[in-house]
Design a protein around this ligand. Sequence first.
Ligand SMILES: CCCCC[C@H](S)C(=O)N[C@@H](Cc1ccccc1)C(=O)N[C@@H](C)C(=O)O
Ligand SMILES: [Ca+2]
Ligand SMILES: [Zn+2]
Length: 303
Amino acid sequence: NILHEATGTGIGTKGDTKTINISAISGGYSLTDTTHTGKIITYDAKTTQTRGNVVTSTSTLFNTTTQRAAVDAHYYADVVYDYYLNTHNRDSYNGKGAAVESVVHFDKNYNNAAWTGQYMIYGDGDGVTFSELSGAKDVIAHELTHAVTETSSNLVYENQPGALNESFSDVFGYFVDPDDWLMGEDIYTPKIAGDALRSLSDPAKYDQPAHMNNYQNLPNTKAGDWGGVHINSGIPNKAAYNTIQKIGKVKAEKIYYRALTQYLTTNSQFVDAKKALVQSATDLYGATEAAAVTEAWNAVGVT
Ligand SMILES: CCCCC[C@H](S)C(=O)N[C@@H](Cc1ccccc1)C(=O)N[C@@H](C)C(=O)O
Ligand SMILES: [Ca+2]
Ligand SMILES: [Zn+2]
């Protein structure tokens, strides 16, 4: 029921004004961005655990308080879509122009965001641990990268492959949001300034290991974070930091994309990721870059 493409104005979760791609429908406008092969569509679950309904407005303004989380999810999904298309020539998360769907106000006080396999979900947070999680570009990049991973290497979400799955989502979160080495700084503990959920440059700052000597063998259960996928990701995250410091973001992001989509498989371990990244560096650049990757992983104890 799309009549035509339109440009809208939205207010984001930080009270900022953003220009968004919307569609004219009978009776008004919807958060449906048709500027790419894959439509970018944003829904409001209204604190249920369903996909809810597409967010609409009677005008091109999306400026109500309840629409703020949707405006950010919609805007940042477009940013990340553009990143994968322009930097890696990947059309949407599956390379085939799949629709990108986001759901905001998912559940009540939900302190998380995720890729469900069908769409991204964003909680509102409880206002203490998190504010609305779609308010941060690195979160959207993290979640959409899970969809890229799922449609390529499909790293299983447990133990070392799971920690790699988490790490690649953080690392592409950095590539999309390279102003800092932090993850979630814009939405973590809204009452406390200057902190973050994770740091790629100093994982230990937020209680993650940064070396294999501190790998945490946790149970492969929900309570064990599926073998500590959000904890042990500190080790590959640190290796990525080391790599980017040595060879720069432009080369590193091509190497990481190639490894994720051409070499890694469902059960790849840390040592396999190192090999995949070294091979990708050799394929794309040469011995200097390959050596830098080798050193980056040796430094975190993956030898
Ligand atoms: C539903 C099952 C759990 C899914 C976990 C999702 S993929 C996830 O990793 N979410 C991120 C959200 C995020 C991303 C970047 C920056 C800040 C927060 C995450 O790290 N979640 C933490 C809170 C966790 O699940 O432990
Ligand atoms: Ca960040
Ligand atoms: Zn994740």
